[in-house]
Ligand binder design. Structure first.
Ligand code: PLP
Length: 385
């Protein structure tokens, strides 16, 4: 199998499986209990928290360990709501775990603003600037788009927050950014940052939320008061330790450079194998261009002019190449809100598929994947024309 759907989820590191066994079968204590073993486990969680903070480049704050980034995003946003004359600002390109929640808040009569995306896929900073004011309570903008791979400029967004609404809380959904795009929280004005283990080779079911000031957040549910009372429930000790291990194994700067090389090799192979067939109308070149302009090397959108992305996905699956169709959480729904938002035509969107890499792929895998995609596309085109 050649797996090109890493934005959806990644293969877990083997090392995590060993940790799972250790913390499920040997050190399986409840960290809130009082035995020596429990205290030891509780200390290991505190160490893991410190380690994650250091890898986020944070000079203050805490980590709340959650079950998934959907939960982290809900906790960040719902936990920041306050009664009164406040406004809540979201980008129109957010993942459903933020976007659908923002829509719900609108129905619940909160004042919600959606800031459009610019044509390059980033949040439109001029529109953002116009919408921010002293009543802004929360700004929630993603780090890297799970659909297009476009990276938002966190420093410019931070600067806008500082000048236009210094009291506001800045939440960033960092699921496609953490350990992929080198950056440090201390260089930004981010208050809350969500991430998810299964996007970086840790298991599913463990994620986190960075919280700069825990006094500013409210819990989503009542319980035993674990994790500063903000996320009650027995901690997923094995998950936390496995996520720590995965983070330790990742060198984000080296991986960033390697993935840039993978993307370059992939696109070069793809274009040399079938450039013109991809290249008509709104072309794959144009999509690659969007991605290269301000994009993550881990993600790109391909347009298979004349063939449905879904048809490509199934045809490729049948020959062992796995690609995606945008957000796995919404891929069963028609259309693609984010690609529409950046101005792609409906027919173009229907022909799109998402390719996403990991840094550990071999050159052979990358080249073979691109060649198979090109061949399958041309075969289908011939059949339909
Ligand atoms: N945010 C972004 C940008 C994502 O890409 C995803 C998953 O695709 C999520 C949030 C949700 O993550 P999880 O699967 O951990 O709930």
């Amino acid at each position: 199998m050649i797996y090109l759907d890493n934005a959806s989820t990644t293969k877990m590191f083997d090392e995590c499986a060993e940790i799972h066994k250790e913390f499920s079968c040997n050190q399986f204590f409840n960290p809130s209990a009082l035995s020596g073993g429990a205290l030891q486990v509780s200390k290991l969680i505190a160490d893991a928290e410190k380690y994650v903070l250091s890898r986020l480049g944070a000079s203050e704050g805490n980590i709340l360990f959650t079950g998934c980034a959907t939960e982290s995003n809900n906790l960040a946003i719902r936990g920041s709501l306050r009664s009164g004359n406040w406004e809540y600002v979201f980008s129109a390109g957010e993942h459903p775990s933020v976007f659908n929640l923002a829509k719900k808040l609108e129905q619940e009569d909160f004042v919600v603003h959606f800031v459009p995306l610019a044509k390059n896929g980033q949040v439109d900073l001029e529109c953002l600037s116009n919408v921010l004011n002293e009543r802004t309570r929360l700004i929630s903008i993603m780090h890297v788009s799970n659909e297009t791979g476009v990276i938002n400029d966190l420093q410019k967004i931070s600067a806008l927050k500082k000048t236009k609404c210094p009291r506001a809380i800045l939440h960033v959904d960092g699921v496609q950014g953490f350990l992929k795009i080198p950056f440090a929280l201390r260089d930004t004005a981010i208050d809350l940052y969500s991430f998810s283990g299964h996007k970086f080779h840790a298991p599913k079911g463990i994620a986190g939320l960075y919280v700069k000031n825990k006094g500013g957040l409210k819990e989503l549910f009542e319980g035993g008061g674990q994790q500063f009372g903000l996320r009650s429930g027995t901690e997923n000790v094995s998950g936390i330790m496995q996520m720590r291990k995965a983070i330790e194994l990742i060198d984000e700067k080296a991986n960033f450079e390697r993935t840039k090389e993978i993307k370059r090799l992939f696109n070069e192979t793809l274009l040399s194998a079938g450039a013109r067939t991809f290249g008509e109308g709104v072309s794959v070149e144009k999509c690659i261009l969007i991605n290269d302009y301000c994009g993550s090397p881990y993600i790109e959108t391909l347009i298979f002019q004349g063939v449905k992305g879904e048809t490509m996905l199934h045809a490729l699956d049948a020959v062992g190449v796995v690609v995606g169709l945008g957000s796995a959480c919404s891929s069963k729904k028609a259309g693609n809100r984010v690609l529409e938002e950046i101005g792609l035509e409906k027919e173009t969107i229907v022909s799109s598929a998402r390719i996403s890499f990991n840094a550990y792929m071999s050159n052979d895998e990358v080249i073979t994947g691109a060649q198979i995609i090109s061949k399958v596309f041309q075969d289908i085109l011939q059949r339909v024309s």
